[in-house]
Write a protein that binds this ligand. Sequence first.
Ligand code: PEP
Ligand code: MG
Length: 389
Amino acid sequence: MTSHNAIICRSLGIPMVVLGRDLADGIADGEELLMDAVQGIVFLQPGEEVYAKYRELDNALKALHNASEVQPETRTRCGVRVHIRANINLLSDLKPAEKFKAEGVGLYRSEFPFIVRNDFPSEEEQYGIYKKLVDQMKGKPVTFRTLDIGGDKMLSYYSNVHEANPFLGMRAIRFSLQNRDIFCQQLRAFLRAGAGEDTRIMFPLISSVDDFVAARDIVHECMDELDDEGIPFRRDTRLGVMMELPSAVEVVDELAEEADFLSIGSNDLIQYMLAVDRTNEQVSKLYLAHHPAILRSMKRIVSSALAHGKDISICGDLSADPLMLKFLLGIGLRNFSIDIINAPSIQRTVQETPLAQAEKVAKTMLEFGRISEVEAFLETLKAGAAEAC
Ligand code: PEP
Ligand code: MG
């Protein structure tokens, strides 16, 4: 669900189901299939009964993703303001962002323009893309994430040495710090596109305060250069850390002190905390957002950011799950950046939830030491027994 192939397929509106090779090999050429990419089911030669059921389900899904239902502002049942912003992977995502009334862009995954080209895009080319993004958001806040290549996002034209463990290798901010020219071109393009606008820049896969400070120093050098060249930009552009690594969680207080904001990248935080490759279907059952270690880490990150008076948001896919969303509200999160197609259901869950209930849910979930205990509790929540906690 959180592999970048899946993320990009969702952006393109292409249904995708991953099957084991033995199952895939069992499908003959020309065989009629019905693919349910929501639940991850493939029917071979579905009969009329299956089709009829799926026509019903399709209508129900359309109703669930009905953009006209979305209100421009989101509040909990007791009136606490919550912000729902969009994760943008391709510029084509801007249309749904507008349709679903996104209150800005909480995560722009800047690597996709790099992936689809045959060479690194120039500063000018990048500026064109980023400016379009900012212009189309019409004054709403936009958070640019610096290049996050490596892992499962390789560049065809960048001949790096073969890595045995690409997710533990030259990925994200590590690549940017090692390739300063490429990093500076991107930062200059971000800063230029943000002139006179409400934009921020955040760095992926930060593992230490030192990583953040090194990245921030380079931003300041780029700012000085732009200044010298008389090119407009905002000196007060806020700089943030994506919280995606266990090492970052351990130094979160120092990061919260240094950075202007933090954003939880739960897709990677889960992967790295639990040592479960997010692209490996063989271990996908072990990829558990509700593992007590993940719950406690998220609580720790949010508490630290709030104690330091810094903005905190989540931009991983975790908040699409209504039960986890209650937990996130309960630990104090108010800023959600999401695959915007989920805005109607996320807004509905927030609107139906009194904060006191979310806080109770979070408190209870944080007390468990075992996955099985959290799961049993989530089952009772699902059955609608929230008041019982
Ligand atoms: C994340 O890791 O949660 C995240 C938002 O970044 P990406 O999915 O692009 O790695
Ligand atoms: Mg990530």
